[in-house]
Design a protein around this ligand. Structure first.
Ligand SMILES: Nc1ncnc2c1ncn2[C@@H]1O[C@H](COP(=O)(O)OP(=O)(O)O)[C@@H](O)[C@H]1O
Ligand SMILES: [Mg+2]
Length: 484
C-alpha cells in the first residue's frame, strides 16, 4: 500500500508456593554464650565504599548480624524445616515468632520490642523468603538489585547506583537463595551449570552466575518488575522526551509504522516499547514474544508468548525464532518482539514486510546506524546465505522508524533520536533523523541539560501512511513544533 510492503496468560513457570526452606546454614557453633550483650544502637555498618558511591543508611551493624546468626542457629536446631515448609506463610511466621521469642528469653538477649520485631522479620525472610533481599524486593523505587558476593549489594534508584548495607551471612547463604530463586522456574545453579536466568514470581528478571565463574561468591542481578509501567506522559514529565516529539511518536504508533527501538542495557528500551504499544487500536490482534514477559499491553486482544530455556537435561528449548515463526501462523496484525538478539531478526523483518504493519521490537545498539548493522549481522550469523545487498533491501523494506534510547552519564534516560529509514543508495542504507536530543550543558547539581530538536524535516517518509490514517494534520503540527 505504501510502496514498501505487500499489503495484505503468560505461562508463569514454577509453582506459586515458596520453595522449601534452605538447608540449615552453619555459621560457627550453634551453642550460644548467654547472655548476649545489649543490642547495638542504630548505625551504619562500616562497609568500605568508593568515595563516589553513596552508602544507604541502614541500622544493621556487625553486632546485629552476630546476634542474628546466633539466634538463627538456635532456631534451626529447634525447628523442623520440612514441617515448616508444609505450613502457609502466615502460620509459618507465627511458628517462627514463638520459637524466636523463646530463644531470646532463654538466652537472655537484651533487646527492645522494636528490635525484636526487626530481627524476627529478618529471620522469617531468611527461612521463608529471599533472605536479605526481601526488603529490597519490597521497595518499588528500586529498578535493579546487584549482588556481588555476600557482602556487596548495590541497588539502582532513580538512575543512580548505590551501595547498600544489606549483607548475606556468607556466600553459602547467598548461593542457597540463588538456588531457591532458580528452582522456582525448574532450573538449577551450581558448579556444573553456573549460569542461569530465572524470574521471580512477581515477574522480576534474574540472572545468576555462580563460582567458579564468578570469583567472589555468586553474582545475582535482578531487574525488578515495575507494576506501574511508565507511560509516554511520564517520559515527558521526566524530560526523557519533549511533548512535541512525544506527539510524533504517538503518530508513529497509531499509523502502524514498523518500529525498532535501539539502546544500551537499561536505557529504557522495553519501557519505551511498552509506551508505544499504548497507541495500538483495541481491535487489533497483537502477539508479543519475549524472553521473560515484561510488556503490559492494555488492549483486549493480545496473545503473550514466552521463550523457554532448555530443561536440566538440556532439552525442550523454545527459541525466540521458534516463537516468531509460529506467530505468523496465528493471524497476528502486529507482532511485538521484546528483544531481537539473533536469527529471529529475519522472521521479524519478513513479518513486517508481509502485512504485519506496526510491528515493533527492541535491539541492543548504540545508534540507529549501528542498529541496522546489527540486524544485518544477526541475519548473517543465523546462517542465511543472503548477499548483504539483499539483506539491506530487506531492512529498508521493513523498518520505518528507529528510536534511540540512552542512559546519559547523569543517570537520566532520554530518547536521543527518532530516525527514519528511507532507502538504499547503492549498497548503503539511507536514514534521516527527524528529532535529535542535543546536550547543552550541566546544571549545578551535575544534571545534564538539553533539548529535543527537529532537523527541519516537515514531510517525513511516512507522511503518506499518516495521511492514510487521517493523522497528517497531527503529524504536520507536531513536526512544526519540534522544528521551531
Ligand atoms: N525515561 C525513563 N525515565 C526514568 N526511568 C526509566 C525511563 N525509561 C526506563 N526507566 C526505568 O529504567 C529501568 C530500565 O528500563 P528498561 O526499559 O527495562 O530498559 P532496557 O529494556 O533498555 O534494558 C526500569 O526500571 C525503568 O522503569
Ligand atoms: Mg529490555
Amino acid at each position: 500500500m505504501f510502496g514498501k510492503r505487500t499489503t495484505s496468560e503468560p505461562v508463569f513457570a514454577g509453582s506459586p508456593a515458596r520453595a522449601a526452606p534452605e538447608a540449615p546454614p552453619r555459621v560457627g557453633p550453634a551453642e550460644v554464650k548467654a547472655p548476649v550483650a545489649g543490642f547495638p544502637p542504630a548505625q551504619a555498618a562500616p562497609i568500605a565504599s568508593k568515595a563516589a558511591t553513596r552508602v544507604v543508611p541502614d541500622n544493621r551493624s556487625d553486632d546485629y548480624y552476630q546476634i542474628k546468626s546466633t539466634i538463627f542457629n538456635a532456631l534451626i536446631d529447634t525447628i523442623d524445616l520440612a514441617q515448616l515448609a508444609q505450613l502457609d506463610p502466615e502460620s509459618a511466621r507465627e511458628e517462627i515468632r514463638d520459637i524466636v521469642n523463646e530463644i531470646i528469653s532463654i538466652k537472655a538477649v537484651v533487646m527492645s520490642i522494636a528490635e525484636q520485631e526487626h530481627l524476627l522479620q529478618d529471620i522469617c525472610n531468611d527461612v521463608l523468603g529471599y533472605g536479605p533481599l526481601e526488603p529490597l524486593l519490597a521497595r518499588d523505587d528500586i529498578s535493579d538489585i546487584m549482588v556481588n558476593g555476600a557482602n556487596r549489594v548495590f541497588i539502582e534508584v532513580a538512575g543512580k547506583v548505590q551501595l547498600t548495607n544489606i549483607r548475606f551471612r556468607d556466600n553459602a547463604q547467598l548461593m542457597n537463595i540463588c538456588q531457591r530463586i532458580v528452582s522456582q522456574v525448574g532450573r538449577r545453579v551450581d558448579e556444573s551449570s553456573p549460569i542461569c536466568d530465572a524470574r521471580l514470581l512477581d515477574g522480576s528478571r534474574v540472572n545468576v552466575i555462580a563460582p567458579p565463574l564468578s570469583l567472589d561468591g555468586a553474582t545475582l542481578t535482578i531487574r525488578k518488575f515495575k507494576k506501574d509501567k511508565l507511560t509516554l506522559e511520564d517520559l515527558v514529565k521526566f524530560g526523557s522526551i519533549s511533548p512535541d516529539a512525544a506527539r510524533v511518536l504517538q503518530v508513529i504508533g497509531r499509523c502502524r509504522c514498523n518500529v525498532l527501538i535501539s539502546g544500551g542495557t537499561g536505557s529504557g528500551k522495553t519501557t519505551l516499547l511498552n509506551c508505544m504499544t499504548a497507541y495500538i487500536d483495541a481491535e487489533e490482534r497483537v502477539i508479543t514474544c519475549e524472553d521473560a514477559a515484561e510488556l503490559q499491553l492494555q488492549q483486549p486482544h493480545v496473545v503473550r508468548l514466552e521463550t523457554r530455556p532448555p530443561n536440566l537435561e538440556g532439552q525442550g528449548m523454545i527459541s525466540m525464532r521458534d516463537l516468531v515463526r509460529n506467530c505468523l501462523r496465528m493471524r497476528p496484525e502486529r507482532i511485538i518482539v521484546g528483544e531481537v538478539r539473533g536469527p529471529e531478526a529475519f522472521d521479524l523483518l519478513q513479518a513486517m514486510n508481509t502485512g504485519h504493519d506496526g510491528s515493533m521490537g527492541t535491539l541492543h545498539s548504540n545508534s540507529p546506524r549501528e542498529a541496522m548493522g546489527r540486524l544485518e549481522s544477526m541475519i548473517t550469523m543465523g546462517g542465511f546465505q543472503l548477499p548483504s545487498k539483499t539483506i539491506r533491501e530487506m531492512i529498508v523494506g521493513s523498518i520505518d522508524i528507529i528510536i534511540q534510547a540512552e542512559r546519559l552519564r547523569d543517570g537520566s534516560r532520554r530518547i536521543t533520536k527518532i530516525t527514519e529509514v528511507i532507502g538504499t543508495e547503492g549498497e548503503v542504507v539511507i536514514t534521516q533523523d527527524l528529532v535529535t536530543y542535543e546536550i547543552q550543558g550541566e546544571d549545578e547539581t551535575g544534571r545534564l541539560k538539553g533539548k529535543h530538536m527537529g532537523t527541519g524535516i516537515v514531510r517525513p517518509n511516512f507522511w503518506e501512511r499518516a495521511r492514510y490514517y487521517n493523522l497528517e494534520r497531527e503529524l504536520a503540527d507536531a513536526l512544526d513544533k519540534v522544528n521551531q
